[in-house]
Ligand binder design. Structure first.
Ligand code: TRP
Length: 337
């Protein structure tokens, strides 16, 4: 009965890539299949709109793409409630009450938000909804009494802020909300570098492999991967550290001894970039082909996808409404019983 609640979400601003897969998707599927938790996965369209108010179509299209990505990697709507943030009115309502428990200066100190403001070049023109999204995210989590939140390392400040808000709420109104705790990827495994050698795989850097990329695109992208700029002739000794082909092989390859042999060979010289890239292509394609195939199948039936999401929203609304009722009662704003 009292299974712990695992809750997480993504902003629908594009399709998911290999970095998401390594950093969080695989982990979620694993948690789902342990059958030990109640899992909620939310498509955070309201949060996406906080810095995409002028791009509603991008957000709407990405909701659908994200749902396809979820299903194709193995999230199962029978086991995991998959839903859309904007369709759960209790989240917006709870956000209004939580906003009163946080100050502007505290919001401005959130290091992830600070970094995003710089990166998005908002200067002083920060959308108010954007600055306050950590509070909305606290509502996302607390409305479900989520206690375990699998997220990327950049979300730790959100968890900390959420805990502060929960403590503040509970000390004023009574012990209603649950303090969440982040579950982070194991050290060194949370972040997949980009094809170009950049520390982060990211859409804005154009260095990604999408889960939806077809075989041809995958092949082209693998052939473009950053290797070792000093490895010019096949017989030159090559570097393995910082060589993205080997970084990916370490993450995705299953034949560890074969990979070790290739590393040794590459270091001594005599193993060409083309050969290691072809090997990596096979490894990645083996992992991605079944995902791609499922994605294509699901994409044929958009109605089924929206039906699945609608059912998820119905379920999510039951839980979120129940928490909101408790919250309003605790706050004494339940005037009519
Ligand atoms: N901010 C999260 C991200 O960018 C997405 C998100 C929204 C989320 N609401 C959430 C994550 C609630 C966990 C819990 O990845």
């Amino acid at each position: 009965m009292d299974k712990k609640i695992v809750l997480t979400g993504d902003r629908p601003t594009g399709k998911l890539h290999l970095g998401h897969y390594v950093g969080s998707l695989r982990n979620r599927v694993r948690l789902q299949n342990e059958n030990k938790y109640d899992m909620f996965v939310m498509i955070a369209d309201m949060q996406a709109l906080t810095d995409n108010a002028k791009n509603p179509k991008k957000v709407r299209d990405s909701v659908f793409q994200l749902a396809l990505d979820y299903l194709s990697v193995g999230l199962d709507p029978e086991k995991t409630t998959i839903y859309i943030q904007s369709q759960i009115p209790a989240l917006a309502e709870l956000n209004m009450y939580l906003l009163n428990l946080v100050t502007l200066s505290r919001l401005e100190r959130n290091p992830t938000v600070k970094a995003e403001i710089q990166q998005k070049k908002f200067n002083r023109s920060i959308p108010a909804g954007f600055l306050t999204y950590p509070v909305s995210q606290t509502a996302d989590i607390t409305a479900f009494k989520g206690s375990l939140i699998p997220v990327g390392d950049d979300q730790e400040p959100m968890m900390e802020q959420a805990r502060e808000i929960v403590r503040s709420f509970n000390s004023i109104y009574g012990n209603i909300l649950v303090e969440p705790e982040g579950i982070f990827p194991p050290k060194g495994q949370g972040r997949l570098p980009g094809l170009d050698g950049n520390a982060k795989m990211s859409k804005s850097l154009g260095n990604t492999i999408y889960l939806s990329d077809n075989e041809e695109t995958l092949y082209k992208k693998v052939m473009s991967i950053y290797t070792d700029p000093e490895h010019i002739n096949i017989n030159d000794p090559g570097h393995v550290e910082g060589n993205i082909v080997f970084t990916y092989l370490d993450v995705f390859g299953t034949d560890k001894s074969e990979i070790q042999n290739m590393k040794d060979h590459y270091k001594h010289g005599g193993l060409g970039d083309m050969a290691i890239k072809k090997y990596l292509f096979e490894v990645l394609n083996k992992e991605l082909a079944p995902i791609r195939l499922k994605r294509e199948e699901f994409a044929k039936d958009p109605q089924m996808i929206y039906k699945m999401l609608e059912a998820g929203c119905d379920k999510a609304n039951i839980t979120a409404n129940a928490t909101l009722r408790e919250v309003k009662e605790a706050m004494g704003i339940n005037y009519f019983g």
